[in-house]
Structures are given as structure tokens and as C-alpha cells.
Design a protein around this ligand. Structure first.
Ligand code: 5RP
Length: 244
């Protein structure tokens, strides 16, 4: 598969760089979800075909299907509860490495796999890097049972924090609720800007019916930013100001 646009080339460059730089024989690897992470999975598969011996733990059924098709050996997280490394994408990432994830509705497995990993590398194009999180609507995974009550409690919490927006349930083009790989719904919350991601993340998860939220705080270790000219930059945290 070849990238079609400059943005695709940037995403592929980040994925290729991560596969080349971080993956060594014997590793247990978390495989992220989304278009950028899938470029990483394709690049990893090439290395596996060349003899690299790794085992992948996918963060979604979509990534599992891609990795299987490409011949990457896979395992359940329960077979390897501690992983060496996860490479995943992000919807937004700030200078501290805090992120919004879940644009692809995979945030629950992504957070579990990332937390099980000794190192987390994020692959992204530079448009994902922001001064402040929150322009991208924050995905929240909720249990279908009583989800309207849960949405009301989310609204109350947001109001108490000075936000006034109601969470919107994510729907498919046919108008049906998006169902996650764990059988839950996604609410997208348009916050505009998030002052204290750590506090908000904890508060969301106190609400009955909230399974997980898309704020990933203190999880990323490094960021690989791809460029349209097929190069990629490896950035430690905090990210340099010039990228923001
Ligand atoms: O969190 C995710 C999926 O739940 C993805 O990592 C995020 O949406 C970024 O995707 P892409 O690389 O396609 O922009």
C-alpha cells in the first residue's frame, strides 16, 4: 500500500521510523489503532518478514485483522500482561505528552495496553500537536445500560467545571450508535479547551456507567512526528515549543 497524500506520507514516515528505531527481537509489542499506527503495523510486518521475532498485542479488532493479514504473530494481553513497548497514534498531543485518543473508538483497549507497557511511543503528524487539549471532541466510552442517565451525570460534571456542552452520542452513517470492540457506546464531548486533563480524567471515571475516557495523561514517553517529505523526527518530552 502506498500513501496518497502528503498527510499519508507523514503518517507513514512516523510509523516506519518507529518500527525501525524501537523494535528489537524478542519484544512483546502493543500495536496501536488508527491510520498512523497502521503504517507502523505495516512497517513492522516487513521487519517480521525479514526475520524479526516479536509478538504483537493489538488494541482493536481492526488492528488485529490487519496484523493477522500481514503475518505478525499475535497474543492476548493476558498471555503477556507486561509489554516492552506500545506504538500508537493520537488525536491530539500537548507539549507534556498528554493526549486525547479514541477518534477511532478504540480508547479502552488502547489505554489498557498502553498502561501495561514499559514504554509508549506515539506516532503522529505535526497537526496533532497542540498547545492545549480540547479542540478535538473528547471521546468517552459508556455502558449501553442507562447511558442517558450517565450522559446526564457527565453533563452535571462538565457544568460544575464551567463547561456547558452536552455529550453527543457517536453514530454511524446509518444513524445507529457506534459500538466499540467491547460492546459499549461512545459519547463525544466538545470541550473547546481542557485546563486540567488529569483532574478531569479522574472525575469522568468516577461516574457510574463511564467505562473509560480518552484523556491519556502521563502515558506517552516519546513522540515520532512524521513529515510529508518522508522524514520523521523523534521528540522527547516535553515537546519543543517550536512544534506547538
Ligand atoms: O485513538 C485512536 C483510535 O481510537 C487513534 O490513535 C487516533 O484516532 C489517531 O488516529 P489517526 O492516526 O488515524 O489520526
Amino acid at each position: 500500500m502506498e500513501p496518497k497524500t502528503g498527510l499519508d506520507r507523514a503518517k507513514r514516515a512516523a510509523g516506519v521510523k518507529a518500527a525501525e528505531r524501537y523494535c528489537t527481537g524478542g519484544m512483546k509489542l502493543g500495536l496501536g489503532s488508527g491510520t498512523t499506527a497502521h503504517w507502523f503495523v505495516r512497517a513492522l510486518a516487513e521487519r517480521v518478514r525479514d526475520g524479526l521475532d516479536v509478538v504483537g498485542v493489538p488494541t482493536s479488532t481492526a488492528t488485529r485483522d490487519l496484523a493477522l493479514e500481514l503475518g505478525i504473530p499475535l497474543a492476548d494481553l493476558d498471555a503477556f500482561p507486561e509489554l516492552d513497548l506500545t506504538v500508537d497514534g493520537a488525536d491530539e498531543i500537548d507539549r507534556h505528552g498528554d493526549m486525547i485518543k479514541g477518534g477511532g473508538a478504540c480508547l479502552l483497549w488502547e489505554k489498557i495496553v498502553a498502561r501495561a507497557s514499559r514504554r509508549v511511543v506515539i506516532v503522529a503528524d505535526d497537526a496533532k500537536i497542540v498547545d492545549r487539549l480540547g479542540a478535538f471532541p473528547l471521546p468517552i466510552e459508556v455502558l449501553p445500560f442507562g447511558w442517558l442517565s450517565c450522559r446526564g451525570l457527565i453533563h452535571d460534571l462538565l457544568t460544575s467545571f464551567g463547561y456547558d456542552d452536552l455529550a453527543i452520542e457517536r453514530r454511524t452513517r446509518d444513524g445507529n450508535p457506534v459500538i466499540t470492540d467491547s460492546g459499549n457506546y461512545i459519547l463525544d464531548v466538545d470541550l473547546g479547551g481542557i485546563g486540567n486533563p488529569a483532574t478531569l480524567a479522574m472525575q469522568f471515571n468516577q461516574i457510574p456507567g463511564v467505562i473509560e475516557n480518552g484523556l491519556f495523561v502521563g502515558i506517552a514517553h516519546e513522540v515520532v512526528v512524521g513529515n510529508a517529505d518522508n522524514t520523521a523526527d523523534v521528540l522527547g518530552l516535553p515537546l519543543p515549543q517550536l512544534v506547538g
